[in-house]
Ligand binder design. Structure first.
Ligand code: ADP
Length: 258
């Protein structure tokens, strides 16, 4: 078996997922970007020894993309299963990353999979496909407490059990940064302090705040020998905003902290 992805458990989510998996209850991972949702699914798929099929949803993602389509190959037209159909047939874990971004018609396609029927209707084949007993649907969702994120309807949400992801405690977050980037614990702690400072600066009105992912990236740059201040600027400050004044204010603040 391949090496397990590194994942630091935050709050019993591993146990929750194992039970959800054994009961085949669809799982919704809620939380801002960069809080470990995707890493967690990779880790769980590895732990349960199941294939993981990931779909990164965006405005154009439609039910056809998930279910499948006919393609023309030479003189023939052949059917190609989409990721959802393939996962349901083979018993993989299907991860719909950022499900709320996709077109609403995908919800119609997944609904019969999320209840006792556990089936999909492959309309173009006229086939009702009963999913494999190992199949599990997992989705992630970034709740709309900040501007610009799409909502998920209650009728959809209530088809999933839900687990919240957020920024971990400082000690745990520093540990994750050390593990992921190879930087020192001293630097990791400073990065966490910077992040928490930025996370509390609500008045900046940032759409997204400093995530664990950004801290890991900063740690990697520092570890590779880029000067500390420059690393923090390009990995943490610049990705957060394009407003020059905010960039400068944040950069000044960070310079003092690293
Ligand atoms: P999301 O899917 O929530 O946007 P990711 O799973 O891609 O976030 O996490 C971003 C990065 O943050 C990961 O690549 C990893 O380096 C780090 N990370 C965040 N939380 C954890 C965690 N609990 N354990 C291990 N790594 C984590």
């Amino acid at each position: 078996m391949s090496l397990s992805p590194y994942y630091k458990e935050i709050n019993k989510e591993v146990e929750v997922f194992e039970h959800a998996y054994s009961e085949k209850l669809p799982v919704l991972l809620k939380g801002p970007t960069g809080t470990g949702k995707s890493r967690f699914v990779e880790f769980m798929a590895h732990k349960l020894d199941k294939e993981l099929i990931t779909v990164s949803c965006h405005e154009e993602t439609s039910s056809t993309d998930l279910i499948g389509r006919y393609i023309i190959k030479g003189a023939e037209t052949i059917w190609v299963d989409g990721p959802l159909t393939r996962a349901a047939r083979t018993g993989a874990i299907l991860y719909l990353d950022e499900i709320a971004e996709a077109r609403p018609d995908i919800l119609v396609a997944i609904h019969p999979l999320t209840d006792h029927r556990r089936e999909i209707f492959v309309d173009k084949l006229g086939e009702k496909l009963k999913s494999h007993e190992d199949f599990l649907l997992v989705a992630s969702f970034n709740p709309g407490y900040q501007r610009g994120f799409k909502e998920l309807k209650p009728s959809t949400r209530q088809r999933f059990i839900a687990v919240s992801f957020n920024y971990p405690d400082p000690k745990v977050e520093a540990e994750i940064i050390v593990n992921e980037s190879g930087t020192s614990i001293d630097i990791a702690k400073k990065l966490v302090n910077i992040a928490n400072k930025i996370r509390n600066l609500k008045e900046l009105g940032l759409t997204e705040t400093a995530s664990t992912r950004l801290l890991v990236d900063a740690g990697k740059l520092i570890k590779s020998g880029l000067p500390n201040r420059l690393s923090v600027r390009v990995a943490i400050v610049e990705p957060l905003t394009d407003e020059i004044e905010t960039v400068n204010a944040l950069a000044d603040l960070c310079d003092l902290m690293i």
